[in-house]
Write a protein that binds this ligand. Structure first.
Ligand SMILES: Cc1cc2nc3c(=O)[nH]c(=O)nc-3n(C[C@H](O)[C@H](O)[C@H](O)COP(=O)(O)O)c2cc1C
Length: 173
C-alpha cells in the first residue's frame, strides 16, 4: 500500500504535522509520500490519502480546493481521510464548531472521506504580517479574541493517536 499525505500550509506548521504523520506511517511499515498539494502531479499511484490544510478565515486554503477539484475524481473510491489544523478548536465548543463550519461537506462526501481529524495548530503573532493580522481581527469567528492565542498548540500525542487509528483502519488492525 502506498499512501499520499498531501498538505497545504502558509506558515509551515501544518507541513510539519504532515511530515510527522508520514513518520508515524513509515515507522509502521507503510510506504508514504508527503507532498504539498500544489506540487502533486498525479494521485493514480496512491492507494489511500491523508489530506490536510490549516483553516484561514473559516475555510481550508485555496490550493486545497484546487487540488480537490483536480484530483477528487481520481481519489473517489479509495480511502480518503481529511484533517485540519486551526485555533478555534481550543475553545470549549471548538471541535464541533470546526466540524460544522470549516469544512465543505459536499466536497468531502463526494470523494468519500472516511474520517476527519481536527487538530490545534500554531499561531505566532510575530510571524504574521499586517494583512494577516487584519484578516484575523476581521474574519476570525472565535468567541475569544484571536490575540489571546499566541503559541504552538499542536498536540503531537493526539495527532499520533489519530494517525495510528487511520493506519490500523487501512491495514485492518
Ligand atoms: C490570517 C489567519 C487567519 C486564520 N483564521 C482562522 C480561522 O478562521 N479559524 C481558526 O480556527 N484558525 C484560524 N487561524 C489559525 C490557523 O489555522 C493556524 O495558525 C494554523 O496552524 C496555521 O497553519 P500553517 O502554519 O500551516 O499556516 C488563522 C491564522 C491566520 C494567520
Amino acid at each position: 500500500m502506498k499512501v499520499l499525505i498531501g498538505y497545504a500550509s502558509i506558515h509551515g506548521s501544518t507541513a510539519e504535522v504532515a511530515h510527522f504523520m508520514g513518520q508515524v506511517f513509515r515507522e509502521r511499515g507503510v510506504e508514504t509520500a508527503i507532498i504539498a498539494v500544489d506540487k502533486v502531479e498525479s494521485v493514480k499511484e496512491y492507494d489511500a490519502f491523508l489530506i490536510g490544510s490549516p483553516i484561514y478565515a473559516g475555510m481550508w486554503l485555496t490550493e486545497m480546493s484546487r487540488f480537490l477539484d483536480q484530483f477528487g475524481a481520481d481519489m473517489a473510491g479509495k480511502p480518503v481521510y481529511f484533517w485540519i489544523t486551526c485555533i478555534r478548536v481550543l475553545e470549549p465548543d471548538g471541535y464541533q464548531h470546526a466540524l460544522d463550519n470549516y469544512l465543505h461537506r459536499p466536497t468531502l462526501e463526494k470523494i468519500g472521506t472516511r474520517d476527519i481529524g481536527v487538530f490545534a495548530g500554531k499561531l505566532r503573532f510575530e510571524t504574521i504580517d499586517w494583512d494577516e493580522r487584519w484578516t484575523l481581527s476581521a474574519r476570525y469567528d472565535g468567541k475569544e479574541l484571536p490575540g489571546s492565542r499566541n503559541d504552538d498548540y499542536r498536540d503531537w500525542n493526539a495527532i499520533r493517536a489519530w494517525t495510528i487509528q487511520v493506519r490500523d483502519q487501512l491495514l485492518g488492525g
